[in-house]
Write a protein that binds this ligand. Structure first.
Ligand SMILES: [Zn+2]
Length: 244
């Protein structure tokens, strides 16, 4: 079900155990070769595919394209809700549907910078409603939901930024929006002090804007990644829908 297509009485008539999904993404620089809307394009496609399987038991809010992208602000075109603003935004979206009586609120995330404020938001929501025992607040990032890509031609083992994975998916989805990815030189993905967390800004990790290996992208890899990640989202949402 798509929230944007329903009347308010139709929303009222839904079972309040229907999972309410907020897809959350971003509009931010993605190197020289990918458009700034990449995260929103990719999550939108994964949600579109997931809806084909679980669209009858899950209520999908429209994709929230404004994310927390402050770390990319040295690159033109990036739009960002600062971290605390974004935290309030996610809290507010969830609270709206708690007010409407719904009990299962799920953020499906498609952007790394949303992870920390997203987890903080669901933490705060649960504490705020600690007198309730019937509420479920969840956040899952689509590439970390358990479904692992298995195409042996993939060189990267984890998500980067405008990297082999994202470039491949954009080549599958909208090749006309992909620039010269073959000429993009690989940029190291690791962080010097891992596994400790480090405060970072993007320009200290990459000059061109990408992190990873865009030149390895292919549309075939992109299809594999879309299929894998959409299946991961579907399995997760089925678990949420059938939970007691
Ligand atoms: Zn991205």
């Amino acid at each position: 079900m798509d929230l944007i297509e329903l009347s308010w009485p139709a929303v009222t008539a839904l079972s309040k155990d229907t999972p309410v999904v907020f897809p959350i993404a971003a509009l931010e620089q993605h190197g020289h070769h990918l458009p700034v809307f990449t995260d929103s394009f990719l999550l939108g496609e994964i949600i579109r595919r997931a809806k084909e399987s679980v669209g009858d038991k899950v209520l999908f809010a429209p994709l929230q394209w404004l994310g927390n992208s402050d770390h990319h602000l040295d690159f033109a075109g990036t739009l960002s809700a600062p971290p605390r603003t974004y935290l309030d935004l996610l809290n507010g979206l969830a609270e709206n549907f708690v007010r409407h009586g719904f009990r299962r609120i799920v953020f499906i995330n498609g952007h790394g910078g949303n992870d920390v404020p997203g987890k903080q938001a669901i933490f705060e929501l649960r504490q705020r409603h600690r007198d309730r025992d019937d509420l479920l607040f969840l956040l899952g990032t689509y590439w970390n939901l358990g479904a692992k890509p298995s195409d042996p031609s993939l060189q990267q083992s984890e998500m980067g930024h405008a990297c082999e994975w994202e470039t491949s998916m954009m080549l599958r989805l909208a090749p006309e929006l992909v620039g010269d990815y073959k000429g993009a030189k690989p940029v190291e993905q690791g962080m010097a002090f891992a596994p400790a967390a480090q405060g970072w800004i993007t320009r200290e990790r990459t000059r061109p804007g990408h992190i990873g290996s865009p030149h390895l992208g292919t549309a075939e890899k992109g299809e594999h990644l879309f299929r894998t990640f959409a299946q991961g989202v579907v399995s997760f949402l089925e678990r949420v829908a059938s939970a007691n």
